[in-house]
Design a protein. Sequence first.
Lengths: 604, 604
Amino acid sequence: MNPQPHPGADAGAPPSAAAPAAPAHEPAARASWAARWHGYRRAALGDDLVAALIVTILLVPQSLAYALLAGLPPVVGVMASLLPIVAYAAFGSSTTLAVGPVAVLSMMTAQAIVPAAQANGVGVHLAAMVLAVEIAGVFVLALLLRLDVFAALLSAPVLHGFVTGASLVIAIGQLPSLLGVAARGSTLTELLESLAKVPSVWPHAATAAIGLGALALLWLIRRHGLAALRALGLPARAAQLLARMAPMFVVVLSIAAVTALPQAVQGVALAGRVSLGEGLAFTPLWQAPAGLWLALAGPATLLGLVAYVESLAVAEALGARRGEKVLPRRELMGLAAANAAAGLSGAMPVTGGFARSIVNFDAGARTRVAGVWTALFLGVAILLLGDLLGALPKAVLAATIIVAVLSLVDLEPFAQAWRWSRVEFGLMVLVTALTVLAGVEAALLVGVLASMALLMQRTARPHWAEVGRLPGTEVFRNVRRFQVQTLPQVMAVRIDESLLFTNSRWLAETLESQAAARPGLRHLVLMMSGVNDIDFSGLDSLHQLDRTLGARGIRLHLSEVKGPLRDRLGASGVLSGLSGKVFATQAEAWGALGGMGGGGAASG
Amino acid sequence: MNPQPHPGADAGAPPSAAAPAAPAHEPAARASWAARWHGYRRAALGDDLVAALIVTILLVPQSLAYALLAGLPPVVGVMASLLPIVAYAAFGSSTTLAVGPVAVLSMMTAQAIVPAAQANGVGVHLAAMVLAVEIAGVFVLALLLRLDVFAALLSAPVLHGFVTGASLVIAIGQLPSLLGVAARGSTLTELLESLAKVPSVWPHAATAAIGLGALALLWLIRRHGLAALRALGLPARAAQLLARMAPMFVVVLSIAAVTALPQAVQGVALAGRVSLGEGLAFTPLWQAPAGLWLALAGPATLLGLVAYVESLAVAEALGARRGEKVLPRRELMGLAAANAAAGLSGAMPVTGGFARSIVNFDAGARTRVAGVWTALFLGVAILLLGDLLGALPKAVLAATIIVAVLSLVDLEPFAQAWRWSRVEFGLMVLVTALTVLAGVEAALLVGVLASMALLMQRTARPHWAEVGRLPGTEVFRNVRRFQVQTLPQVMAVRIDESLLFTNSRWLAETLESQAAARPGLRHLVLMMSGVNDIDFSGLDSLHQLDRTLGARGIRLHLSEVKGPLRDRLGASGVLSGLSGKVFATQAEAWGALGGMGGGGAASG
């Protein structure tokens, strides 16, 4: 761990205390640890401890709930909130991000591990651990191969549609637990199929009463809690924090109710005793068969992509509020460390979650060390209260999940997309619907492919313009927009885009048509001032264009090829067979092809 | 059919005879048919008939061979060379393209229909027909939805790698037939697995003698035939045509040998009697189960893509030699008609083939009607000679396939790619290897995805430049390349690329970092002169940038937004929440944000 007090405006730490490490030879470095601790204690310890305590209170029910959502024993969620936080604190860059199990990732985990574990005859817990380690591997690979650009694959319509759809399907998927019906499924389709098979579709009365009661209470607190607490005279920040900790209040209330009225709650599914000892008695990773690793490699890539994008969005949103810069590659390292720690310590995949991060932020956490305190407090809390939590009804956890995920549903992006682009709105709705009906993987795959198709269609028809010379100058402009001179035997065309496989074949065909329509033409000059790059397909199309023009007695020339590109063309010799020349400037081409240098037979 | 004598330089047709149709009311239109026929008879009939006869001679062995390659009875290849040619003549645009079964498509057909037919409990012949109709459907869909841009998906490295790999694997796959070994497989991997299971890996002596003999003969004729015929005094064109018809010579020779020496060729696999009657006794399409249609929909898309790209390349290459323009959308119509005809008449998928088209071209075919004559001649030839062809050894057909596909292997593109881009060379080699080892679908899928990944990486980091004012002008240029004035509280950045999901998040992060590094900054102006388009992700990033800058007290402005984009932004109101303004020109922004109009506190 490397506590770095944040030097922002609201930190108030004396700069000397937070000074960077002394020169890196051993004794001085060792000495600086003491100095750092001293600085940290003075600057941030108090704030961090308070924030950690508050986050811990939120984490207890959330950890249990998300483990159940992932189809795992509740204690796995607690494990996922211990070491991964510490690992992130050591490698990540955000001072407010709180990592741990989050709703969307937990649902994706369930979808990935259940079939993989069945196919390989192992438990889902081991599969979750393998998945977490593989996600860490994906992050390391992305870091080494600089694949972080692929985060862009999740375009805004795909991401909004996915988060909305996932939130809806998670909420819907919790209804059976909330009401005490035995149906299960990770998509609406699966849920309905399962519902058709259960012995009774009627809610279990006591479960439904507890579940709906908890839901109503949580909703009331979320909707009116803040105002009520303010009305009671609490200061704004305290009221906000208390309102955010509502889930714990409902948890305590329901445990009290279950303990007090054992007769009334017969048949209500309970979370069961949460024991750290049981959590630590996991099958070690090396007993996972190779088939399991293989089966989870694909899902790990997808989960890694989603985890990275979601976490980065949270870190950046909170970082901006503090004027603090998030470093994407450091985030990748932090998440890799957190997931590796999760997998090795018997936990499930984790990432930066919005709910816990915002609580951390509002509670005033100042450094990543707050996360370490959180982990400590949570461990102690589970050791002390693990037995008590056994009496917690699963329906209450279902209610906390429903309230948490429905707060992620935001229709504003849909309205904006509708106004901006009907195609992208359609994509957003499609991804939402697919997430609900066909599952996360199908939805993301279709979304990414559709985004790529839109990109291709966008870049497939680049702008080009025939150019002529502004009289008396060496400036060449679009013949349609300026009064320029042209030469009858020469057509000069400015290309405004790189020549790539998406557009070069079309461009060559278009230029050939244009050239074919001019009987007297002898030279076609491509003015390459806007061409940053040519890929092998572009090169191929240039050769093809040269051949087809050659059959008409027209020679193909280039002009104003950008420096780096000209160097590459020269060194590789790939255009040595070109029928025409490569001119440094368009004016030079004009001079050479017009007959007389610069002047010549110019027609308006 | 609509015969259109080509008005090119070598056609020599009197322009009056080839005049376009009379005004389109009925009697005149009817009268013009007679006039057209008259014109056609005078201008092109003789040439077309000769070309058709020559192509027919080539088609007989080729049709049988490619049907066997597709895992179908030989007569199906003949069926595929009858009606589809006529249908293409009615709808296509090329005057020289000859459609029919081709090598690569036939191999892909085999890979598609064998598993689909097995899974649905039907014969492969029915599956081939369904596949052809679905390919026609893919073309119609591409035509209606203007999906022809997706032909660009097959970038040059992918296409060269695929054609090379397919040619190699087809040649390798013919070796068992050539030598009389019972192994089969559509990839090298499958072939080796199959080889491990056959009772004997030793060649069948008589089969191998015939096969290797035919191979040597074909190779000799291809390599030295032209020179030998010229040495015998034949004129160049006649010698060329005779050399191209070599396969028929070898076919006749081998049939004669088999008929003369029945004892010597015992155990040699023969093609079997080719009967048009049997070809017509196919299961009608409507008996195909829905599962078969579903199973072949994916392969049909892939085959359609390959068929279109291959056919277009052939048509364009030959069209260029005649100075004749190929219309991509007309080609799509022609290929749709040809494949629909193939599916309905009990044949297999077809496309424009290089070998038959070049023979058609060299033989002097002048209009698409030559194809109709070819179909007629081929039908008659099979009716008369179908029994004789029964004595044709399959090893001879294997030899013709091997010689035909190996002529498609061209290592020059590999050398060029190596010199131009190591990454694209690597992609080309990867696709070649995957085609040979893992099959066509895996190879194309990986190739297309890798091309898209390269495209993303290329466009993910667009160029941007901070700009300042050239003193005393209203021109704004890159501060790194020009002596320009800037304002301390204003940063102006020119974006040289559309704001799309591939780049906008990175751009927003980069600009935020830049802005964060300048303490006194109050305004960031994005000069949008190079931004042609903004997608929803780009819009999202602008909002995000505005929010993060806002937290630092910096306002975000836009300037020089292009007309169509400004209109869309205005109409949709999506940027109404922007903290800053949208300035018409950068000079206006300079004036407004610099305090005094145009002048102000300018620092060099």
